[in-house]
Design a protein around this ligand. Structure first.
Ligand SMILES: C[S@@+](CC[C@H](N)C(=O)[O-])C[C@H]1O[C@@H](n2cnc3c(N)ncnc32)[C@H](O)[C@@H]1O
Ligand SMILES: [Mg+2]
Length: 241
């Protein structure tokens, strides 16, 4: 039976005359993030990050769409991480920990990696996904809003600047958070900013800022919206001054 929240709630109040199986009901009240976690627990091997990535990609391409960066752009992310070989990384927007697992699995043991997520339910699932991949010692998952945490990062985590920042939180915060990172001295000559979804859903003010600023050298990666054929661009920047 197809999921219908209205029918499910009516059923709770015993107001309907058609029946659901127990399994239907269980599926209906489990959130998408929980179904992603279940797919990992069912299909991925503990301690094997690539199997975690595969399990999430399989679930999201075959069963239900979710806002992970996905495998196509994930491969670009992997190549940027490998090329930059960062000792310090900041990720804005963890969701279920998909891109966190991709990044953490490629970092050297001494690297410091902070990922920020303001939704506690997403953060709770991400912690379990990261632990399933065996990467909990390589990631610091911090709960809270980027605008609150960015000014505290230097002091709280002893980080001077970030070698790599992956922006993948709500698009209207890309520009303000980039300016905040600049003001807080978290970016240096050579820091790399990789921003997802700058065309779809889109972050036009951010694109305009980096395009017109002489401080940034920018480069487009053509790709598609995660788990779809919709074209979008992933924007990759190196700060030159
Ligand atoms: C597109 S999802 C991240 C996907 C993840 N990077 C991946 O590819 O697996 C965006 C996430 O950013 C979080 N978020 C949005 N704005 C935020 C903010 N200002 N501070 C912290 N988290 C934020 C949302 O709750 C959501 O979980
Ligand atoms: Mg994204």
């Amino acid at each position: 039976m197809k999921y219908s929240p209205r029918a499910a709630f009516k059923l709770q109040g015993n107001q309907v005359g058609f029946s659901f199986s127990k399994r239907d009901l269980m599926v209906q009240f489990v959130s998408l993030r929980q179904r992603i976690l279940s797919a990992v627990q069912k299909n991925a091997t503990r301690g094997d990050p690539r199997s975690v990535i595969r399990a999430i990609d399989q679930f999201c391409s075959q069963k239900e769409w979710a806002m992970n960066v996905g495998n196509e752009k994930g491969c670009i992310l992997d190549s940027v991480v490998s090329e930059v070989n960062p000792a310090t990384v900041l990720e804005l927007g963890t969701y279920c920990g998909y891109s966190t697992v991709r990044i953490a699995s490629l970092l050297p043991p001494y690297a410091k990696f902070i990922t920020l997520e303001f939704n506690p339910d997403f953060a709770a699932v991400a912690r379990q996904v990261i632990a399933w991949a065996g990467l909990e010692d390589k990631v610091q998952l911090v709960e809270g809003a980027s605008s609150d945490w960015i000014p505290k990062i230097k002091e709280q985590f002893g980080i001077k600047t970030f070698d790599l920042v992956f922006l993948d939180h709500w698009k209207e915060h890309y520009l303000s958070d980039t300016k905040l990172m600049e003001e807080c001295g978290l970016l240096r000559k050579g820091s790399v900013l990789l921003a997802d979804n700058v065309i779809c859903p889109g972050a036009p003010d951010y694109v305009e800022y980096v395009r017109s600023s002489p401080r940034y050298k920018s480069h487009y990666f053509r790709s598609h919206l995660e788990y779809t054929k919709a074209e979008e661009n992933l924007w990759y920047l190196g700060i030159i001054e």
